[in-house]
Design a protein around this ligand. Structure first.
Ligand SMILES: [Fe+2]
Length: 478
């Protein structure tokens, strides 16, 4: 990866509302506008990077220790908590009283126990088989975090069957209860795919042949297929040959999508070629006759130095630019061809949808709109209606306020897609004043149904999950 941050310059992802917090707090939330809906019961949780100690070497936003911020909604009350994900690496650093690992902007230190990069469990959350799992983007140990108190119970090893890490963004099929997961590594096997059963048994695991190491951040599922990614931004093979780890952009290399039957093997994968691109996040996938449809947030030019676009400021994380556009791919299982099209021209990321319908045809998705800023800031949320020309409706946050990923939380008793709320943390960048916004998912342009003041600053983070009250009450111990 090309480094643009000087060793002595603090990352912009340690400044403003990216600045970490070290207070672990439990408090009731104060309603400052609207009123708490009585039919919103459960826990909204959000993971993110929050470096416990002064970083060692250059800091990248993806390096920080995992910290979960959560709001428990119960019978018209709302309680906020934030806690570190208590990983082994964090315990080791707390014993030492300092940061021990360098991050991804430095060359990997293979002498570190457990791997050259710190497994922070900082990236994503999924509630599966009665447990909330915190998972890491480089494929690490899934940590079980108890709700609502956010105590880290330990690592889920699936009765010793887990021999790989779990990357961020495993995909839960709520119709079957199965969790489809993957792991990716810079050394063979480069990609592993598998399935965990509804009751938490690791029932499927296969290594997938790839020509070299790849960076895959997400996958997608349909009832019959899982979709794996082999994209055009990847680890530079020349650098690897010289013992270096560096990302490169290879526009002459097609992006490939690998469709594997849910319980298929490496030989069952059907690869489809598409235009060169990189994508952090898929939105959803489904089946339509002979076609499998995938929608996601495509980035055409992922490196800052490869684009001179004076028309607008595009956010960047180190040398990677984030110019994600809502995009559709159609994989024809009969002809083996892929067709694709752009669905909108707004820059938006961290897409969410009604997870109850993940893998099935959906109409709506909610994407965080990128502000014109050098760092990643979301100044509003866009709701797309896939069935209606992707006509976009948006909620814009107050001037100077920026929000995080909006989870979709079904209202009690809801069964229809879209019947629920969007919940997210929003902060005033100038003062750090932080609130929880609750939007009506069917009228997102309206004023929030409720605004709740948090008694401390909630730093900007990553991914969210909603756990309904019944599931909170039916958690399983580790
Ligand atoms: Fe992600």
């Amino acid at each position: 990866m090309t480094v643009t941050t000087d060793r002595n310059t603090r990352s912009p992802y340690l400044a403003g509302n990216y600045r970490p917090t070290h207070t672990e707090l439990t408090c009731d939330l104060e309603v400052v506008a609207g009123s708490l809906p009585a039919d919103l019961n459960g826990v909204f949780a959000r993971n993110g990077a929050n470096p416990r100690f002064e970083p060692k070497g250059r800091y990248h936003w993806f390096d920080g220790d995992g910290m979960i911020h959560a709001v428990e909604f119960a019978n018209g009350t709302a309680t906020y908590r934030n806690r570190y994900v208590r990983t082994a690496a964090l315990a080791r650093e707390e014993d030492a009283g300092e940061c021990l690992w360098t991050g991804i902007l430095e060359q990997p230190d293979f002498a570190q126990p457990g791997g050259p990069y710190k497994d922070t469990a900082n990236t994503d959350l999924v509630f599966h088989a009665g447990q909330l799992l915190a998972v890491w983007w480089l494929g690490g140990e899934p940590h079980v975090v108890r709700l609502p108190d956010l105590e880290t119970l330990g690592v889920q090893n699936y009765e010793g069957k887990r021999t790989r890490g779990l990357s961020a963004h495993p995909k839960l099929d709520m119709h079957t209860g199965e969790l489809m997961w993957f792991d990716h590594k810079p050394f063979p096997p480069y990609l592993t795919y598998g399935v965990i059963s509804p009751d938490g048994e690791l029932v499927h695991q296969v290594d997938i042949d790839l020509p070299g190491p790849r960076l895959q951040h997400d996958l997608a599922i349909t009832p019959n297929w899982s979709i794996l990614l082999d994209m055009s931004m990847m680890f530079d093979p020349d650098a690897l040959a010289h013992g270096k780890v560096r990302l490169g952009w290879f526009p002459e290399k097609v992006t490939r999508f690998g469709l594997i039957p849910r319980f298929g093997g490496n030989d069952d994968v059907r690869w489809f070629d598409a235009e060169a691109m990189f994508m952090y996040h898929t939105v959803n996938a489904w089946e339509e006759g002979d076609e499998v449809v995938l929608v996601g947030c495509r980035i055409d030019e992922p490196f800052t130095e490869s684009v001179a676009d004076p028309s607008r400021i595009v956010p960047a994380i180190a040398s990677l630019r984030l110019a994600p556009l809502f995009h559709e791919w159609r994989f024809n299982l009969r002809t083996g061809r892929c067709t694709e099209r752009q669905l909108d021209d707004a820059l938006a990321e961290f897409p969410r949808m009604d997870n109850r319908a993940l893998g099935r045809k959906t109409r709506y998705s909610y994407h965080q709109r990128c502000a014109e800023a050098p760092t990643l800031l979301f100044d509003g949320v866009i709701k797309y209606d896939y069935d209606n020309g992707c006509r976009a409706e948006a909620h814009t946050y107050p001037s100077g306020w920026f929000g995080g990923e909006t989870v979709f939380a079904p209202r009690d008793g809801s069964t229809a897609e879209d019947d629920g709320y969007l919940v997210t943390f929003v902060a005033d960048e100038a003062t750090g004043t932080s609130e929880v916004f609750v939007l009506d998912a069917q009228r997102i342009a309206d004023e929030p149904v409720c605004r709740l003041r948090v008694a401390q600053r909630v730093p900007t983070g990553y991914h969210t999950w909603w756990v309904d009250a019944a599931s909170v009450g039916a958690q399983r111990p580790l």
